[in-house]
Design a protein around this ligand. Structure first.
Ligand code: 15L
Length: 298
């Protein structure tokens, strides 16, 4: 990889990757919709609105690989999600196809699968269960990536990021946290691995309380250095006595699931079906298993 583009480079993950990937690839092009800090040596700074196709085409010119972090990173009005995450992601992948980009790392999210219950451990093969309009846009990005991988041969690593930060900030994040250095490792695998066509991996550190089976990332060489358990005692003490929300506390997406919840009953328990229907005969059996049972097997 000679020139690597980071979209959404002004956000938390983007700023972190701008530092950790500096001087790893000869040229890092960093882009955001608002102005970024000036370019240092080995950097090119760009300002692009992802909904503007002509601008996106200029942004990807001459690029070999893309880390796509751009767009809205939480729940929002549908119109805003459509502009940034649906049209913006389409424009990026289509411009990348025209520019013959080889690899794209997609920042998808745990919210694409947020309506799985917390007593399950899910892997990369479960069907999407978005918990928000934002989660739907991430499931869309994964599906669009699949199309551009199969039909146009771009290599995609879709990283379903849990929660990125220097430390897990609450009980829920103990199960989904990823440290900056572990995410940087995953991104480098996505850019440098010689044989990636289309993969979904969970972007999580080695968390003992994980709801995610990240074995697909391990298969590609991922060896996380961090784990949330180091922080567990302090995190749980800070939360002692907190009121329980029946939806937010039952489902992996947390408050994203509870927001605007208007059903008079609980979400469907489709995991039972998944247990009965292994995806591939003879292959690793279950895309989704009760977490305690999975832990006991290890
Ligand atoms: C995400 O996908 C968001 O981008 C981030 O802001 C957090 O809300 C994170 O998920 C999370 O679930 O903690």
């Amino acid at each position: 990889m000679y020139r690597v583009l980071i979209t959404g480079a002004g956000g938390g993950i983007g700023r972190s990757l701008r530092e950790s990937l500096r001087e790893i690839y000869p040229v890092l092009r960093v882009s955001h919709r608002v102005p970024l800090e000036a370019a240092r040596s080995g950097e090119e700074v760009d300002r692009t609105e992802l909904a503007d196709m002509a601008a996106v085409e200029r942004m990807v010119a001459g690029v070999d690989g893309i880390i796509h972090l751009g767009g809205i990173s939480g729940e929002n009005e549908w119109e805003a999600i459509v502009q940034s995450n649906i049209i913006g992601t389409y424009n990026l992948f289509e411009a990348a196809r025209r520019a013959q980009v080889k690899r794209i790392i997609v920042a998808t999210s745990n919210h694409a699968v947020g309506f799985y219950a917390r007593d399950l451990r899910i892997d990369h093969r479960v069907v999407p269960r978005p918990d928000s309009r934002y989660g739907v846009s991430k499931a869309f990005a994964e599906a669009l990536a699949s199309l551009y991988a199969d039909k146009h041969g771009i290599g995609f690593l879709c990283t379903r990021i849990g929660n990125f930060g220097p430390r897990p900030i609450d009980r829920r994040r103990l199960s989904i946290w990823i440290s900056p250095r572990d995410y940087a490792q995953l991104v480098r695998i996505g850019l440098d691995h010689p044989d990636i066509r289309y993969e979904i991996v969970y972007g999580v550190s080695n968390n003992q309380r994980s709801w995610y089976d990240y074995s697909n990332a391990e298969r590609l060489g991922y060896r996380p250095q961090d784990g949330s358990e180091t922080f567990a005692e302090a995190v749980l003490a800070a939360e002692a006595g907190r009121a329980i929300d029946p939806i937010a506390d039952r489902y992996q997406g947390g408050a994203f699931c509870a927001a605007e919840y208007s059903a008079s009953s609980s979400p469907r328990e489709v995991w039972v079906t998944a247990l009965r229907a292994p995806l591939r005969a003879g292959g690793p059996a279950l895309p989704c298993v009760p977490r305690r049972r999975s832990a006991a097997r290890r």
